[in-house]
Design a protein around this ligand. Structure first.
Ligand SMILES: *[C@@H]1O[C@H](CO)[C@@H](O)[C@H](O)[C@H]1NC(C)=O
Length: 315
């Protein structure tokens, strides 16, 4: 109604902020990599994320990574496989998509986050612009989380194998989660036996300079930690944190990884390319509104736009 007091109209505007993408440029494609026990095309998880991206970034191309040839293969591969092999498969997969040839932004969920980081470090062709990771295990995990779903047989089996010893070579080469297992008490064994994490973190004596060069080419590397994460131990692993022998979590900036800049993270930090965020909730409790209102406009090219529309409740 025309006679609404101005002050009310302005208040109304604040509650109806929405985002729209500029009409004339095609949005940057987005690549997703799901977490443990999930799959590329699960309508309740990646499906909802894809839908939100498509709503907020009209015309966007979204590629949700699938390992193997089916949804079921992909879910099993989140427990049983060699991560190094998977990253190689993803390098080939992304290179073969003409829609991605000019580069893309990416969101990694839980373990998908450190796997996408490995993609950047090892291949990055086509190049990734921004990497957003939710509750990832960049610093490794010192405990094997319980299985949420008691009927998930792959999870139970992976768990029972991991409990025999994550560094046993037959466990290392088969169980995905063993490949980012890192306990503070056996650091030397971890360096020697773990086939994935010490390599992508450049923790061994030989440092691969390409890893740092590629990682530094990111515009933003956003690391999101869940405040009440009780699945990832320690939860600060999302920010590269890990325990010392006294059971204290050492933050990234106090680690040699940063101080000696094995991966270029220090340089990225100085250039304000690293973003450390905390959000409320337990592991992978992501509000779609957070994606829509924070992540998409800030890092995925969504544009804020004011929509003037009077709240119908006032009529
Ligand atoms: C360093 O990483 C690059 C990219 O993955 C690889 O091509 C190269 O072989 C690696 N160098 C060594 C010595 O392992």
């Amino acid at each position: 109604m025309a006679r609404l007091p101005l002050v009310k109209l302005l208040l109304g505007v604040a509650s109806i902020l929405s985002y729209a993408n500029s009409a004339n440029s095609k949005p940057t494609p987005v690549v997703l990599w799901h977490g443990m026990g999930d799959s590329c095309c699960n309508p309740d998880s990646m499906g909802q994320v894809k839908q939100t991206l498509e709503e907020e970034l009209p015309g966007v191309y979204v590629h949700s990574i699938m390992i193997g040839n089916s949804d079921d293969d992909d879910r099993k591969a989140s427990y049983f496989d060699q991560v190094n092999r998977q990253v190689q498969e993803v390098c080939e997969q992304l290179k073969s998509h003409s829609n991605l040839k000019d580069g893309f932004n990416a969101i990694g969920f839980s373990q998908g986050g450190q796997f996408l980081r490995a993609y950047v470090e090892r291949c990055n062709d086509p190049p990734m612009h921004n990497l957003v990771t939710f509750g990832s295990q960049h610093g490794g995990v010192s405990e094997w989380p319980g299985c949420r779903d008691r009927n998930d047989l792959s999870c139970s089996l992976a768990r029972s194998l991991l409990l025999r010893g994550a560094y046993l070579s037959w466990v290392q080469s088969r169980v995905v989660q063993a490949q980012y297992y890192k306990d503070a008490k056996n650091y030397e064994t971890y360096l020697e036996k773990n086939i994935f994490l010490p390599d992508i973190n450049n923790e061994r004596e030989y440092k691969n300079a390409t890893y740092a060069t590629n990682l530094k080419s990111l515009k933003k590397f956003v690391m999101i930690m869940f405040e009440d994460d009780d699945m990832v131990v320690p939860k600060q692993s999302a920010w590269f944190g890990y325990w010392n022998e006294e059971g204290v979590v050492i933050p990234l900036r106090d680690q040699p990884l940063y101080k000696e800049d094995w991966l270029g993270l220090k340089e990225m930090d100085k250039a304000e390319k690293l973003v450390f965020e905390t959000i409320p909730g337990r592991h992978m409790q992501i509000e779609l509104a957070y994606l829509r209102d924070e992540i998409i406009p800030k890092y995925l090219g969504g544009k804020r736009q004011l929509v003037f529309q009077v709240d119908p409740a006032w009529n």
